[in-house]
Design a protein around this ligand. Structure first.
Ligand code: PMP
Ligand code: GLN
Length: 385
């Protein structure tokens, strides 16, 4: 047999294990309070679980149709219409995906070719850039500067070339908790007008908005929606990150291309869960209070740490709170995050892995999608530091 043990040239040489996997494993290995990876530590709705069970018992256990079951696509179409007055056609413009990660990967793969440029705002969620690079695309990083992490539109305008194929936006924003404003949306509209640039809008935290602010969905801007793929996830909306069910909204001509890839990346998504969610979406009470629910969590966490030496970076959405530890340590973010687990028994996520290149900003991200008890325990630890 021919020996095959040489070095395999990596397609993604710069990519290592995701920071969420690293920090959650470290937290588990050391029994730390885990505020690192973003997931709730409280139970999901009993009613939703029993409906999944019901559909399993009823025999809904085989492949769903490739784009998702029709009742779920209908329910999403109605929900989006009621929220934003834009109607997506359930047949041709809505695709159910295995969470937002698959949705984003599929959207990037379907449209990015060798040499295409994609503008990404950093800090950026970790899965965008590797997908672009895997397609031979070039990532152009635009920075969101602290403390308010706003987009500098004149700079972005200068980054656009005739090779720019896509701009990826994310609001509410992970990891900073910042939001896009109506001004941002009109700048994006102006920038892309009369170009063939696509917009990929990651809106997984659409309901996690605080202090009376409004989610500036792409769906509120029909001209933008016409060139956009909007990604959402039921993992966030129903506290069920492990279910991995999400969707993509996009005009028919984009959805047609997206599905060419979707059918070979995953084909179809968990059938009984789709039926249960379709039913559960009928009652707005099942998701409309999410913003105030998480605002309370944010405020409990902030109250608990108000006497600590950590400095708070304002958070307007998502379930993440950035804290600045520059008054405490000069270690790098990764080293300090590891030290917190080992010495203090609390896990957070360093912000540096959300950047291509970045100096130490002394920022850690804490997930407050936790029971009040967990948040109080975390506060006690952080106040002692
Ligand atoms: N985008 C952002 C901004 C996220 O924070 C996450 C995960 N929390 C995802 C996408 C992926 O979502 P999913 O778990 O549904 O794949
Ligand atoms: N989106 C979650 C976070 O930001 C993590 C998801 C994952 O582990 N890939 O923490």
């Amino acid at each position: 047999m021919i020996q095959f043990d040489g070095e395999i040239p990596s397609k993604l040489p710069q990519v290592g294990l995701s920071i969420f996997a690293i920090m959650s494993k470290l937290a588990n290995d050391h029994g730390a309070v885990n505020l690192s990876q973003g997931f709730p530590d409280f139970p999901i709705s009993e009613k939703l679980i029993s409906r999944v069970n019901h559909f399993m018992q009823q025999g809904f256990n085989q492949y769903a149709p490739m784009p998702g079951i029709k009742p779920l696509r209908d329910a999403i179409s109605e929900k989006v219409f009621q929220s934003h007055q834009l109607r997506y056609d359930a047949e041709e413009e809505i695709t159910i995906t295995a969470g937002a990660t698959q949705a984003l990967y599929t959207a990037i793969t379907a449209f990015i070719r060798e040499g295409d440029e994609v503008i990404i705002f950093e800090p950026a969620y970790d899965c965008y850039a590797p997908a672009v690079k895997a397609c031979g695309g070039l990532v152009k990083y635009a920075s969101l500067a602290s403390p308010d992490f706003k987009i500098d539109w004149p700079v972005v305008r200068q980054m656009v070339t005739n090779r720019t194929r896509m701009i990826i936006i994310n609001s509410p924003h992970n990891p900073t908790g910042s939001l896009l404003s109506p001004y941002d949306m009109s700048e994006l509209e102006r920038l892309t007008r009369q170009t063939d640039i696509l917009v990929l809008s990651d809106e997984v935290y659409e309901h996690l908005i605080f202090d009376g602010q409004i989610h500036e969905s792409i769906c509120r801007y029909p001209e933008l929606a016409n060139r956009s793929l909007v990604v959402a996830s039921f993992g966030k909306t129903f506290h069920a990150t492990g279910w991995k069910v999400g969707y993509v909204l996009a005009p028919a001509r984009l959805t047609k291309e997206l599905r060419k890839f979707h059918q070979f990346i995953v084909f179809a998504v968990n059938t009984p869960i789709q039926y249960a969610i379709a039913e559960y979406l009928q009652d707005k009470n099942n998701y409309e209070q999410l913003g105030s629910f998480y605002q309370q969590k944010r405020d409990i966490f902030l109250e608990q740490i108000k006497n600590s030496r950590f400095k708070v970076v304002p958070c307007h959405g998502t379930y993440f709170q950035l804290l600045d530890y520059s008054a405490i340590s000069d270690l790098s973010e990764l080293e300090y995050a590891k030290q917190l687990v080992l010495d203090q028994g609390i896990a957070a996520v360093p912000v540096s892995p959300f950047y291509n290149k970045q100096d130490n900003q002394h920022l850690l991200r804490f997930c407050f999608a936790k029971t009040d008890e967990t948040l109080i325990k975390a506060g006690e630890i952080l106040c002692k530091i």
